[in-house]
Ligand binder design. Structure first.
Ligand code: UFG
Length: 327
């Protein structure tokens, strides 16, 4: 029998890499995506059901048609900066849409959910690395929308029998090593693709958002994690839930922090190209330092990251050079 899983947002960046891993692991992904930010050509490992998580009827219909064993929920607006300028859209997609999806899952008899949460739910770091018990005081609407859904998941788990893994990603980066899928946002706001586009001469420069942070070189520290490591953790999370695992929030990061300046050095080394860099003002909503304590993922999912920052940049460079050539 087909081991079907519904992947909301499966045509997007992390969703599509996860579909690839799910399929390699014997699951049949059914992608549910409105293709606003997702790409139809990324749906290569399972069929596409077009739909929007803001449409409860369409959700109910697709769940009834496929009767998935679990739902993975990636469909969200993700840019921290945008959430500050357009909070209405974030609450509508990330909160209302997610609540619709959870309700459709429960009503449709699907009690296993893997939810894409984020380290942005923590807010300003109180410790050097963040573990799952760190206080959650998000400093931007994006982080707050994800935090709100985490609370709903806890209530639905306590009261309605839902079992869910809330994966708190640190900074997803990198691409499929074969360059079939990769990070493709329009417009792009993320540091690695922007710097690579600058190295490829497709952008005038890379602007560093803030050089006066209290870090080793004045720029923000992030924990960049390879998208294939994230994808692997999602498959493990589904296995965990199907084996009876209970609701948990789990960090997914490498435990290694990289500053924006260190990231730019790695991109120069991997690409072999120099590109103009401009120091500019801080971007509203940015946290100084976000680095994971990833022990819980190891303990509960048997997961450990396989790739480091060089592998991330190398795979991203490969994807962007190929992708730019074909678009
Ligand atoms: N940065 C620049 N210049 C740029 C783009 C980014 O200096 O042109 C800096 C940012 O200020 C930040 C770092 O590079 O310090 C990383 O920025 P990204 O935009 O790549 O990623 P964010 O950390 O802002 O956000 C991403 C995801 C969120 C997720 C978060 C977790 O978009 O969904 O990682 O840290 F919540």
């Amino acid at each position: 029998m087909d081991k079907k899983v519904l992947v909301a947002g499966g045509a997007g960046y992390i969703g599509s890499h996860t579909c690839m891993k799910l399929s390699e692991s014997g699951y049949t992904p059914i992608v549910f995506d409105n293709l606003t930010n997702g790409h139809e050509e990324f749906v290569r490992w399972g069929l596409l059901e077009r739909g929007d998580i803001r449409d409860p009827q369409r959700l109910a219909e697709v769940i009834a048609a496929h009767k998935p064993l679990a739902i993975l929920h990636f469909a969200a607006l993700i840019e921290v900066g945008d959430s500050v300028t357009n909070p209405l859209a974030f609450y509508e997609n990330n909160v209302i849409g997610s609540l619709n999806l959870l309700q459709a899952a429960i009503k449709g008899g699907v009690n296993h959910v893997v939810f894409s949460s984020t380290c942005a739910t923590y807010g300003l770091p109180e410790t050097e690395t963040l573990d799952e018990t760190h206080s959650q005081k998000p400093i931007n609407p994006y982080g707050r929308t994800k935090w709100i859904v985490e609370q709903a998941i806890r209530d639905y788990s306590d009261l309605l029998g839902l079992r869910a893994v809330m994966l708190r990603y640190f900074n997803a980066a990198g691409a499929d090593f074969e360059g079939r899928i990769g990070e493709w946002h329009q417009p792009e706001t993320h540091a690695i693709p922007i710097a690579i586009e600058a190295a490829l001469g497709r952008r005038r420069d890379f602007k560093i958002f803030g050089t006066d942070y209290p870090t080793r070189d004045g720029t923000c520290v992030r924990d960049y994690i390879h998208v294939l490591d994230l994808a692997d953790a999602h498959v493990r999370a589904v296995d965990y839930l199907l084996a009876g695992g209970k609701t948990e929030a789990i960090n997914l990061g490498t435990g290694v922090g990289t500053t924006v300046k260190e990231l730019l050095d790695t991109i120069r080394t991997v690409s072999g190209r120099a590109f103009p860099v401009e120091e500019s003002a801080r971007r509203p909503g940015d946290s100084t330092l976000l680095v994971a304590d990833n022990k819980k993922a190891a303990a509960l999912l048997g997961w450990a990251p396989r790739y480091g920052i060089e592998d991330i940049v190398r795979s991203a460079w490969n994807w962007h050079t190929k992708h730019n050539a074909s678009h």
